[in-house]
Ligand binder design. Sequence first.
Ligand code: SIN
Length: 283
Amino acid sequence: MTFDVRPLSPGIGVEIVGVGISPLDDPGEVARLRAAWLDSGILLLRNLGEVTPAQFIAFARQFGEPEHHDQVQFTLDGYPTIALVSNIEREGRPIGATRAGRNWHSDSQYLRTPPSASLLYASVVPPDGGDTLFANTVAAHDALPAARQRALQSMRVTYSRVRAYARSHPDRPPLTAREIANLPDVSHPLVRTHPETGRRALYVGGVQHGPRVDGMDVQAGDALLDELRSHATRDAFAYRHRWRAGDLIMWDNRSTLHCATPFDESRFDRLMLRIQLAGTVPA
Ligand code: SIN
């Protein structure tokens, strides 16, 4: 099979035309797809139609090992590696994570081993709003003056999901004692080196992950993270995805940030299926 690779924006992302949800037969083509993804940070497939959970998992497996989602209550029944992001309610309770990811972040930065990649498949989308924004943190790092890059290189950030949870997710039940015990604070480098490409990226935390810059007072550290996040998400490095049902995007958590945007939840439904692929400890 041959496919076309089309840029989504000058700064980030490619659309792949000619690949469906079925795994590719040719390992050479998988490698080509992976190379396009690593190079651009996000990969979009369109017009996939109805995708079953098994097809979604088989597609994801071409790129890594799907991991069990850390918040079991948001997973699809019988599929611990598929999480739902949705405002739809059944029996008075949301069927998935509501208002997930509405600040710029890389996924699960609060874990010692955050996922390498995340895949999001659009099953139901609102006619307006609910877009997802993406930004290229390698390009953002490369655009900084060399002296600034050097100054940032040895800095670290401690993440505390527990500290940030109640403020970030007032609409969700509080974390249980067991969840809290499974979420110790972790420290990661502020600039991480991509384990496959060797390129450096700004690893600036989402506020929902409770980041604090090690060795700095809280206000100064927050100001630094805000400044770097604003820099990394400038138009030159960013792309806004307007979802259509049947779209699938896979992003690289080691070289991008993303951010979900609101929509009118009183009038419209949105249902996204999500898989995360196992990663390595940021270096
Ligand atoms: C996420 O952060 O994974 C959710 C993105 C979205 O729903 O647009």
